[in-house]
Design a protein around this ligand. Structure first.
Ligand SMILES: C[S@@+](CC[C@H](N)C(=O)[O-])C[C@H]1O[C@@H](n2cnc3c(N)ncnc32)[C@H](O)[C@@H]1O
Length: 229
């Protein structure tokens, strides 16, 4: 089965293992790919909603992979017992939701060799949480799929709190240190996004002035960072 650039970048981070869980599986493409490419022996495809699980089941049946992929319904990592899987993936959800899923099932998160997360919105909120909780960032990647940038992080439970400059919540230190080929254009894109946000704040309330100052500060810090890339 062919998968999108985003899903391929996610599955590229999965190491050969016995069992992986895909949380918020929807279409089930990730589990199907992981089995077909013999990356995992088994996959648990989990989703909070019945509709997506029915869709995943249909796609799994079409590929005749029912023996290798088990579908479960439930929220976040609550469908997984600690130690049941080697790794897990949470992709295509907002950074806030991914953070809440991790915290809701900390025992499961602690038992994983690693968790791959791919936030579609607010990656900076998730990265701030990872740093402030002291979780370990093992690897990161960035891809463009249909003109949209996607950040992917491979993390692991730890409690070594690292003080990092807050600009690294916005832009991955890992991707900068590893000179990712898309990092420069990604910073430019972020500057553009914040400039648009800044122009859109038109009111003259104290709240709006504070928000404008905050956004302008981010733009300034991102431009500073750009000069070093
Ligand atoms: C946009 S789809 C992403 C599908 C796939 N993971 C991907 O990256 O292409 C989001 C999926 O997450 C599911 N979802 C939303 N909140 C969830 C939660 N708390 N726990 C598990 N699944 C959830 C939705 O039902 C939906 O199927």
């Amino acid at each position: 089965m062919d998968i999108s650039i985003r899903l391929k970048a996610i599955t590229d981070m999965v190491e050969k293992c016995n069992c992986c869980a895909d949380i918020g599986t929807d279409h089930g493409y990730i589990p199907i790919y992981l089995i077909q490419k013999e990356i995992c022996n088994k996959v648990i495809a989990s989703d909070i909603n019945k509709g997506p699980i029915e869709k995943a089941k249909k796609n799994i049946k079409l590929e005749e992979l029912e023996k290798f992929i088990q579908c479960r319904i439930g929220g976040g990592l609550t469908t997984i017992k600690p130690g049941e899987v080697n790794s897990a993936i949470i992709a295509g959800m907002g950074g806030n939701l991914i953070r809440d899923i991790i915290e809701e099932s900390k025992d499961v998160f602690k038992s994983l060799d690693y968790l791959i997360v791919q936030p579609v919105q607010n990656p900076e909120i998730l990265r701030e949480h990872i740093y402030t909780e002291g979780y370990e960032i093992l690897e990161e990647d960035l891809c463009i799929d249909e003109n949209k940038y996607y950040e992917i992080m491979k993390i692991k439970y730890n409690n070594k709190i690292q003080k990092v400059d807050t600009i690294f919540y916005e832009i991955s230190k890992y991707l900068i240190d590893n000179k990712h080929p898309l990092i420069k254009e990604y910073v430019v894109k972020k500057i553009d996004k914040y400039e648009k946000i800044c122009h859109a704040i038109s009111e003259d309330t104290k709240l709006a002035r504070n928000r404008r100052r905050e956004v302008k500060d981010k733009i300034y810090r991102l431009k500073e960072l750009l000069l070093c890339l």
